[in-house]
Design a binder for this molecule. Sequence first.
Ligand code: NAP
Length: 230
Amino acid sequence: MWDGPYGDWGSRKYLVSSLDQSLKRMGLDYVDIFYHHRPDPETPLEETMQALDFIVRSGRALYAAISNYPADKAREASKILKSLGTPCLIHQPKYSMFERWVEDGLLDTLKEEGIGCIAFSPLAQGLLTDKYLSGGIPEGSRASKAHGFLRPANITDDKLAKVQKLNEMAKSREQTLAQMALAWVLRHEGMTSVLIGASKVEQIDDAVGTLQHLDFSAEELQKIETILNG
Ligand SMILES: NC(=O)c1ccc[n+]([C@@H]2O[C@H](COP(=O)([O-])OP(=O)(O)OC[C@H]3O[C@@H](n4cnc5c(N)ncnc54)[C@H](OP(=O)(O)O)[C@@H]3O)[C@@H](O)[C@H]2O)c1
């Protein structure tokens, strides 16, 4: 990504040159998966998908993928990629208890198209953990930093009240709230994986602990709905 023409979005020029720059920086010959970050309203989808096809065929990536595409655009992108012979491997959308747009058609589309799904920001950037429950913003936490998307203003009383109730529920399941939030994202049959962020090794250990208790009863799922819609 760079300032000026073709420095962002979805043109063939941008995608191929920015990947070449990344490969150079990383000292790699290829990446396993190359994602197109989000649809480009100014570039025909055909051009963007042809660029992904070229990137795979030229050996710069093993698989092509997309991110942040709404259901209709994801379906269109998938059809183009299939016609080119480079099927879309996976879609990376934002999904958590606090951001549920994927439930409104995207998951069905991915299932129909045979595309995997890996959710990013599953912990709503730390909000869906016990970190902010005491009311303050802990030093070093994401919300305490000047940059980034989680601002103190996003940590509202309404959200904290929900997080408090979810935290109690997680305790009754003998897991942390982060683990319950990750298990909840993974409850969909079509959810291939979940992409966590971590600022400490313990957070990765905590996330891995999710695998100890992934299932939910119908009552538990209903209780979560009640809390989230409350
Ligand atoms: N495709 C896209 O457009 C897109 C956009 C954004 C991100 N992503 C990808 O998705 C990844 C994850 O996104 P995200 O970082 O927003 O995800 P997230 O998992 O919702 O939030 C991660 C943050 O939550 C806190 N956390 C994690 N585990 C915790 C635990 N066990 N206990 C307490 N706090 C915990 C940490 O915050 P503290 O730093 O406060 O400790 C951590 O930095 C990113 O690294 C990036 O690769 C993709």
